[in-house]
Design a protein around this ligand. Structure first.
Ligand code: TEU
Length: 560
């Protein structure tokens, strides 16, 4: 059934010369289904659980849900390994539940954006089962096979993202198949036209059921050329995305978000430029990678460098000033909790959560809230490796210990940056397991659910939820917030984020203290004077002072 969303109309003249779409004013909310709400006590979140919480999301004011995979899957990578693209995993519910979710969300003006994971399938998908049984099966060509190298080993020494070789041997066919991720996630061969048609047909089938679009998992990998060892942004990527647009997306007012770990400001507009007919926006990680160790990666803690982080954020604001569009986020299911990683999850947790939100939501682009972020949920602080569940963390633990890294050093890194921090159960109340389940959750709840939970936050005078609700409402009603051009200020300042947005004669000024210390700054004449404070992490102020003192993690935004 169709989803009723805001009808598109023409954007103000000062904004880009193109049609305004519903998602230009909308805020997205990502749900990781296994950790959101469990309706049947099996310890695993499910679709009826999501339906029961739709009023929470409507209250927040979001325009769409990005739903992490709910498809049939052996769950080696928690659903990012799909064994049936048109079936729902029984632990999450049924197709009837899924249609009900689409309808009930639609009735609240919320679209459902499905996760599209088509760089790879599960090794249990019937296509791969046929492919691995015989070279003569048509499905054999749906995957990437190569003969063994001259020594009988893998064709080359490519490494998989989750550890080990990127090639796995199948004796039945005497060949190796390629998997960028785990062996349970064989890469689909996009160069096979029949495979592409299968994918397009499946996408049309979901869109015809009334969903509002797709978030495309690692989409920049589909154009790979394994023989040249080019995986990211390979030579076939853009022709395939244009074909997908022609075959599936053209003429439908749906949202497409392409995930890419490699896209840069050099290549960004190839995906989302107005005349490209590919995707609406990219979900990119340059600002996230600034927090990773350049050689040792995410499990080696590195001090956070605000200047480099700002450089990444604002170069994408510059890039999308007149063309393209951008996805704004600090958290998702692969990242740690933002208040723990970038700020302070203890003394200043509420102020820090509000300030991170202000800085992100007043930029140009479509903001994404990851479940629990709207109440300032924090990292888990696990003490033992057996408390972790994620295959990335567990595989890297094994290989790094084998290379002599002391376990406590690895755990310190994992405690900062493991994907499991964002996967602990959503904290609804102070009831056992944060009210997520009446059973035993598949991963432990963060013990701080007694203080950090939806019920408690909504009742608190400094509610993080209320702050998010205000930011989301501001965007809906303001052309300046949606379309204004962004100008960074204090670019070299290691402690402060500041920017202006401009549209015609209207201006917005945002300033935020990213530290736990008071900060004093002189502000330029062009911003100081009486002004309308539109949001503040602490008390509002009806004037922009020429010399400002900002409390720890304080932020303000004024309409000038
Ligand atoms: O993530 C893409 C990806 O490259 C991740 O493996 C990323 O490098 C890692 O999470 C950083 O810690 C997408 C999904 O978002 C992720 O959950 C999946 O595991 C992955 O693709 C495979 O589908």
């Amino acid at each position: 059934m169709p989803v009723t969303l805001q009808a598109p109309h023409v954007a103000p003249a000062a904004a880009a010369e193109r049609t305004e779409h519903w998602w230009h004013r909308a805020t997205g909310y990502q749900i990781y289904p296994r950790s959101f709400a469990d309706s049947d006590g099996d310890g695993m979140g499910d679709i009826p659980g999501i339906i029961s919480k739709l009023d929470h999301l409507a209250d927040l004011g979001i325009g769409f849900i990005w739903l992490s995979p709910v498809y049939a899957s052996p769950m080696i990578d928690n659903g990012y390994d799909i064994s049936d693209y048109r079936g729902i995993a029984p632990e999450f519910g049924t197709l009837v539940d899924m249609d009900r979710l689409t309808a009930e969300a639609g009735a609240r003006g919320i679209g459902i954006v499905m996760d599209l994971v088509v760089n790879h399938s599960s090794s249990l998908h019937r296509w791969f089962q046929a492919a691995r049984a015989s070279r003569d099966a048509p499905e054999h060509g749906y995957y990437i096979w190569r003969d063994p190298g001259s020594d009988g080993g893998p064709p080359d020494d490519a490494r998989a993202a989750f550890g080990g070789s990127a090639w796995t041997f199948v004796p039945e066919v005497g060949q190796y198949y390629f998997h960028f991720f785990s062996p349970a996630q064989p890469d689909l061969n996009w160069q096979n036209p029949a495979l592409r048609e299968e994918v397009y047909d499946m996408m049309r089938w979901w869109l015809d059921r009334g969903i509002a679009g797709f978030r495309m998992d690692v989409i920049s990998l589909i154009g790979k050329d394994v023989d040249e060892r080019v995986y990211e942004e390979g030579p076939f990527l853009h022709p395939f995305l244009q074909e997908m647009h022609r075959e599936v997306l053209a003429g439908r007012d749906v949202l497409t978000i392409g995930e890419s770990w490699s896209v840069s400001t050099e290549t960004g507009l190839l995906y989302c430029g107005h005349d490209r007919n590919e995707l609406d926006m990219v979900f990119e990680f340059s600002h996230i990678r600034e927090g990773w160790h350049p050689e040792l990666g995410k499990f080696a803690p590195k001090p956070f460098d605000l200047v480099a982080f700002k450089h990444a954020i604002f170069s994408w604001q510059d890039l999308t000033r007149d063309d393209g569009w951008h996805a704004l986020f600090l958290s998702n299911h692969d990242l740690p909790r933002q208040v723990s990683f970038y700020a302070d999850d203890q003394t200043h947790r509420r102020a820090a959560a509000r300030t991170l939100a202000t800085v992100l939501h007043l930029l140009k682009g479509t903001p994404f809230v990851y479940q629990g972020e709207e109440i300032g949920m924090t990292n888990a602080r696990f003490e033992r490796i057996d408390q972790y569940r994620d295959l990335e963390t567990l595989n890297h633990f094994e290989s790094q210990i084998a290379h002599g890294v002391p376990p406590e050093v690895f755990l310190a890194g994992a405690n900062r940056n493991s994907r499991d921090h964002s996967r602990t159960p959503m904290q609804w109340s102070a009831a056992p397991h944060g009210g997520f389940t009446t059973g035993t959750p598949w991963i432990e709840a963060n013990p701080n659910f007694t203080e950090v939970n939806v019920e408690g936050d909504k009742a608190h005078p400094d509610s993080v939820f209320a702050h998010y609700r205000r930011l989301i409402a501001l965007r809906k009603d303001s052309d300046l917030v949606c379309f204004g051009r962004t100008e960074q200020m204090f670019a070299d300042d290691p402690d402060i984020v500041a920017y202006q947005r401009r549209l015609g004669d209207e201006r917005l000024f945002v300033i935020a203290n990213f530290t736990g210390r008071e900060q004093l700054r002189d502000l330029p004449d062009e911003v100081c004077g009486p002004a309308e404070c539109v949001i503040a992490s602490h008390a509002g102020r009806d004037e922009v002072p020429c010399a400002i003192a900002l409390a720890p993690f304080e932020s303000l935004a004024w309409k000038l």
